[in-house]
Ligand binder design. Structure first.
Ligand SMILES: [Zn+2]
Length: 428
């Protein structure tokens, strides 16, 4: 009946390979999967006093879910209930449990580990993993949720540089208000990342100051005190939240977003020019439209052929020289961000201001205003070099999670997946 540990297992038990169990029977059920009956081999210690029992109270057969072994299997555990014969122990009887199947569990630990690995490490969808293992969607999701609860808390992670960025969680929703009108709802979420390691620390609802602010407010004072620099996109809402809850941290604006702003400025000028001069949108016959991507490219990365094409654009498709002026301003912004000292940055800014004044266009004026408004944060960027690149990388992997799942309905499941995937990547 009870086989002492260390004994050699029989062939069937070796093939089945579930620790603390031995196979007592294997049968083929017509029209169904194979059925394997197992019995526990671990010594039945009383959970209250620890004394090993030798007297069986009763037996019952319990179906447990397990990994497929050479195909789907139905596993039946012939489970015993034991008497506790220790006279000082108040417990009368107890049911067997093992490390693989803890009390009240109906699945093996090795199955749950495999499910979580399939979803988190291989990045498979929950529904697909459930189908492949012959279990329900709920079971896979509950294994993933349990794993997320086991993650180290944010308080345990020492963070020097934070990054905050937004992403869209779902597509835009429309709903009826009480008056019967349609209202638009944009489901945004903000990701908070440790930019030194790229680990996602939290995903909060919305992209305003409320979500990020509430998360920061919930952190202990000692944890907040170690944060030195926070990198954000030029978003006034994030800046407000950080100024309120992290008054001692410096805020750095992300270099990529500044370049994106200057590119958008150049594009706006190009589109306005073609509208004003030709009364239509750009077409392939317009050199400026045909080379619209080349215009956005950094001058330091242009090939000789690229330079030649660019010069042709300015010669043939820029009668007012406004496109060239916007291009020069975009390049000056790039030079400004690449400077390495505050003195150089200041000089580059003065030059930029001069260019903007001469250009005298609404688009470049707007860009200049943004740069002036964010100048303190740009200085922090130049001195510390802390950018949001890692946060953007995290957002890319979030997009992959979203695509694999074909969208998520439950925001909590979605957040658990993001945190686990990021922690698994970091561990790898
Ligand atoms: Zn006992």
């Amino acid at each position: 009946m009870f086989e002492p540990t260390g004994s050699q297992r029989d062939a069937a038990s070796t093939i089945f390979n579930l620790s603390d169990y031995r196979v007592i029977d294997a049968l083929e059920v017509p029209g169904a999967a194979r059925r394997v009956e197992v019995e526990s081999t671990s010594p039945p210690g009383c959970p209250t006093c620890g004394v090993v029992s030798i007297r069986v109270h009763s037996r019952r057969r319990q179906r447990i879910r397990d990994v497929p072994v050479a195909g789907a299997l139905e596993v039946i555990w012939c489970k015993r209930r034991w008497f506790c014969d220790e006279w000082r122990c108040g417990r009368g009887t107890f049911a067997e449990s093992t490390l693989q199947v803890p009390p009240r569990a109906r699945s093996t630990v090795r199955l749950r580990t495999q499910l979580v690995a399939a979803v988190i490490e291989s990045g498979r969808a929950v529904s697909e993993t459930a189908r492949a293992h012959g279990v329900s969607w709920w079971m896979v999701q509950s294994a993933v949720t349990t794993a997320a609860l086991m993650l180290a808390t944010v308080g345990a992670v020492a963070v020097k540089n934070l990054g905050v960025d937004e992403h869209r969680y779902r597509s835009v929703r429309f709903y009826r208000t009480e008056t019967g009108a349609w209202a638009r709802y944009e489901p945004w979420m903000s990701t908070i990342v440790d930019v030194s390691t790229g680990q996602v620390l939290a995903v909060v609802d919305g992209r305003g100051s409320a979500g990020v602010g509430a998360w920061l407010a919930a952190r202990p004072v000692e944890w907040l005190a170690q944060v030195e620099v926070v990198a954000i996109d030029p978003s006034a809402a994030f800046r407000k939240a950080i100024r309120t809850h992290l008054p001692c941290a410096a805020v750095s604006v992300d270099a990529f977003h500044l370049i994106q702003l200057s590119n958008q400025c150049l594009t706006a000028v190009r589109q306005r020019l073609v509208r004003d001069h030709k009364g239509r949108r750009g077409r392939l016959v317009d050199p400026a439209w045909a080379n619209r991507r080349l215009l956005l490219r950094g001058a330091d990365t242009l090939s000789p052929g690229g330079w030649a094409r660019l010069e042709k654009v300015f010669r043939t498709d820029d009668p007012t020289d406004e496109l060239g002026a916007a291009w020069g301003i975009k390049e000056q912004v790039r030079r400004l961000i690449k400077t390495s000292s505050l003195a150089d940055a200041h000089e580059a800014k003065m030059l930029l201001g001069h260019y903007v004044q001469v250009a005298n266009m609404p688009e470049t004026d707007r860009l200049w205003n943004t740069i002036c408004e964010w100048w303190t944060e740009i200085e922090v960027l130049i001195v510390t070099g802390v950018t949001n690149a890692r946060t953007e990388a995290a957002n890319t992997s979030i997009k992959n999670i979203k695509r694999t799942g074909r969208g998520f309905r439950n925001p909590d499941n979605y957040k658990a997946r993001i945190l686990l995937r990021s922690a698994a990547k970091r561990a790898a």
